[in-house]
Write a protein that binds this ligand. Structure first.
Ligand code: UDP
Length: 331
């Protein structure tokens, strides 16, 4: 099948694009390279550089049967400081894509949503019917797009699947996290092991969790990507279905650092710091629906496997060197 992958030069999008090519699909990647990398686009894909708003319709009109939509802005603190960038870059872009799908008759879409739509959950593990109460503009824009997909399914016969990611980490085939301003825990901890920073901050040590640090559900990017290929087969016209993607197991920030020490052999000093605004104490997915309906089976769910694959990416090869050489940014 011919598919359009928006944001296919980014972290998750490029891993999904590679799996789609491996599965025999014809893949067109559309990416403006604002945060993605040209060399992350897998061999075998057609690459179109540009903005979804300008280029989606012409790409879709050329025989595309389905869309996997990753192109988005995804840095929470940036979304708090510049919400307009997120409403335009996420909601505006997605509405333009849906309009292009309508005008060209493409009716299947898999959307990259997030656990951030749930905010501070009442119950853990979080099921898909939990209230949507985002605590930052990033989550709010993804929730708005989910709502738009529901309406487009109802009124325009779109078949949509939203996949709500928990904490994605790891790498596959030389494709890993390479953010200009890194804010995510696993790459930041590994930067310490690589000598790029002195220590890692523990953002909050007084949370109501077993060791006082936040608990998150870490999922391997390769497992996450596989769910997208399964989701493609579950885009049923007129229906919007939502799935949480996580392992259903939570690990604290301290536990993540401990596993990183074991994997890298580096002592990785930690420094207790203030809580980060908007961080819920614990976010753990119920992955039951994805397992039951999509037949999804995470195969690399051990935290040590996830971190070992991230470490292999960050510590070896030219891409890793480029990533490590970048100035350490973020929090
Ligand atoms: N975190 C931390 N130190 C860091 C980066 C992150 O303690 O340098 C914590 C953060 O507060 C959160 C967890 O690690 O509790 C995961 O953060 P990340 O930004 O990776 O993902 P999020 O859960 O915000 O999507």
């Amino acid at each position: 099948m011919k598919v359009l992958v928006t944001g296919g030069a980014g972290y998750v999008g490029s891993v999904v694009a590679a799996q789609l090519v491996a599965a025999g699909h014809e893949v067109v990647v559309l990416d403006d390279l604002s945060t993605g990398h040209r060399d992350a686009v897998p061999p075998g894909c057609t690459f179109v550089e540009g903005d979804v708003r300008d280029r989606a319709a012409e790409v879709l009109a050329d025989g595309v049967a389905a869309v996997l939509h990753f192109a988005a802005k995804s840095i929470v603190p940036e979304s708090v400081a510049h919400p307009e960038l997120y409403w335009g870059g996420n909601v505006g872009v997605s509405l333009a894509l849906l309009e292009a799908m309508r005008s060209t008759g493409v009716r299947r879409i898999v959307f990259s949503s997030t656990a951030a739509v749930y905010g501070e959950p009442e119950r853990v593990p979080i099921r898909e019917d939990a209230p949507v109460r985002p605590t930052n503009p990033y989550g709010a824009t993804k929730a708005a797009i989910d709502a738009a997909l529901t309406e487009h399914a109802r009124m325009h016969g779109i078949g949509a699947v939203s996949l709500r990611y928990f904490n994605v980490a790891g790498a596959q085939d030389g494709r890993g996290e390479r953010h200009a301003t890194e804010t995510h825990l696993v790459p930041l901890v590994l930067q310490v092991a690589l000598g790029g920073r002195e220590s890692v901050s523990l953002f909050g040590t007084d949370y109501p969790t077993p060791d006082g640090t936040c608990v998150r559900d870490y999922i391997h990017v390769a497992d996450l990507a596989e769910a997208h290929l399964l989701a493609l087969d579950h885009c049923v016209p007129g229906r919007h279905r939502i799935y949480n993607l996580g392992n259903g197991a939570g690990f604290s920030v301290r536990q993540v650092v401990e596993v990183c020490r074991a994997v890298t052999g580096h002592p990785i000093p930690v420094v207790p710091a203030d809580r980060r605004p908007g961080d819920p104490a614990a976010l753990v997915a119920s992955g039951e629906r994805a397992r039951a309906e999509l037949g999804w089976r995470p195969r690399r769910s051990e935290l040590a496997t996830i971190i070992a694959d991230a470490w292999a990416f960050h510590s070896g090869g030219p891409r890793a060197e480029a990533a490590a050489a970048r100035p350490a940014g973020g929090r």
